[in-house]
Design a protein around this ligand. Structure first.
Ligand code: EPU
Length: 395
């Protein structure tokens, strides 16, 4: 929130100064460049107790994406330890550069792509917690997605990739650009093969396969999110996973190179693929088997029903929170630890399935973070097993 407030103040100040450039140049615009580490850790934890006073004194903090645009600001490019000493006061040329950086916070080639600003994460995730998504880029075509990745690579800008937001716990504001594909929702059939763009609904794809009388994807009919998310996580259920039926997949490398290939050993494992760290899945093709349409549809419905009867789907959730440790079920371990119904604020361990944490409506990110820690500690204490998150955590 401190960062959000600083950015809001910076925006207001830059706009009013931009209207009066003469006064802006000479005015004492007090700013501190915030090093990447401070930004990642959160300003509050970096400068506990002091940041509020700095804000009240009118000092503005700039996020790490200003770094490339502030090359001349030697005075404020200090080590983290020197941050407090790096206040610019009454240096007109520095003020002007900072002002410019505030008005154009990201490269123009990025800002030309479809995007929105300050989107609340509760609207972008099924769990419904988290802060603000400062920059949400929503390319409608593969070339636009490629332009985004190339521009970020050139500027050395980090970004995150968002799918359906159904396997994600966001713990605060996210200042780095977020990419969410919005490709046309087209499912293409070619014989036994079915291709979907990464922004296509995963359950919709499983239903589409059934409508075509193609069997092999029934396991996926209860797994929410996008196909891109399913590819990234190698989503699975009932002992099956995406890589079992995956024929080819298309993706962008972190440098923006477009690749289409078949899966190879080691690229996909249980709830894991190599498509992390700036890779962007664009589309994939599955190879299915001809079958009886009615019985495939019946299986799809049965799987959806099974999930509905054992999982708390009527409450906001992020699916299974922890990975199943080898040979056992995380839900069972949490259940045996007596945690069903355990609550921190509005966040609760589901009484229906213990590996689901649910949001009763007003849960905060901090409550979820605390609940996850309690669950991990209790399972460690009772079973001697370290649970690992299955969901992605953004902070
Ligand atoms: N169990 C309990 N208590 C609970 C929950 C489960 O004792 O609160 C026991 C069940 O009785 C069963 C065993 O644990 O004997 C396994 O439970 P379940 O069949 O529900 O499967 P799971 O291992 O908990 C996995 C996936 C789910 C997927 C289901 C169905 C993971 C982490 N979870 O759950 O995937 O829907 O199988 O195939 O791999 C997800 O990925 O988000 C997810 C929910």
């Amino acid at each position: 929130m401190l960062i959000a407030e600083a950015k809001r103040q910076a925006g207001e100040r830059s706009q009013s100064l931009a209207k009066r450039p003469g006064q802006g140049r000479g005015s004492a615009l007090n700013s501190v460049f915030m090093p990447r580490k401070a930004h990642q850790q959160g300003l509050g934890s970096f400068l506990p107790g002091q940041s509020c006073e700095l804000f009240q004194a009118g000092i503005t903090f700039l996020g790490p994406h200003f770094e490339g645009r502030c090359k001349d600001l030697e005075l404020v490019r200090k080590s983290d330890a020197d941050l407090l000493g790096a206040v610019v006061e009454g240096h007109p040329s520095h003020s002007a550069i900072i002002l410019e950086a505030m008005i154009h916070p990201l490269p123009d080639e990025l800002l030309r792509l479809p995007h929105r600003t300050d989107v609340p994460f509760p609207k972008l995730t099924t769990l419904g917690v988290g802060g603000i998504c400062r920059w949400l880029f929503e390319p409608a075509t593969e070339p636009e997605a490629q332009a985004f990745v190339r521009a970020c690579a050139r500027e050395n800008l980090q970004y995150r990739v968002l799918g359906g937001g159904s396997n994600l716990v966001v713990l605060g504001d996210i200042e780095t650009p977020v990419l969410r594909l919005r490709f046309p929702a087209e499912l293409k059939r070619d014989g036994l093969k079915l291709t979907a763009p990464a922004s296509f609904g995963h359950i919709r794809m499983a239903q589409g396969a059934a409508d075509h009388g193609l069997g092999g994807m029934e396991y996926a009919s209860g797994i929410p999110g996008t196909t891109g998310g399913a590819l990234r996580m190698n989503a699975g259920a009932y002992g099956r996973e995406l890589v079992d039926i995956l024929d080819t997949f298309r993706f962008l490398t972190p440098q923006g190179e477009l690749v289409e290939k078949r899966p190879e050993p080691g690229e996909f494992k249980y709830r894991w693929s190599f498509l992390t760290g700036g890779h962007v899945g664009l589309a994939f093709t599955v190879k299915l088997a001809e079958g009886d349409r009615d019985s495939i549809r019946a299986q799809v419905l049965e799987n959806m029903g099974k999930r509905g009867s054992s999982q708390p789907l009527s409450k906001r959730n992020a699916g299974c929170i922890f990975k199943n440790p080898t040979g056992t079920s995380a839900g069972r371990l949490i259940d045996l630890a007596g945690l069903k119904g355990f609550r921190v604020g509005d966040a609760e361990v589901s009484s229906e399935h213990a590996n689901f944490l649910i949001n009763h409506g007003h849960a905060t990110a901090a409550e979820f973070a605390e609940l996850m820690e309690v669950v991990k500690a209790k399972v460690r204490e009772m079973h001697g097993i370290e649970l690992e998150p299955e969901v992605e955590i953004w902070s």
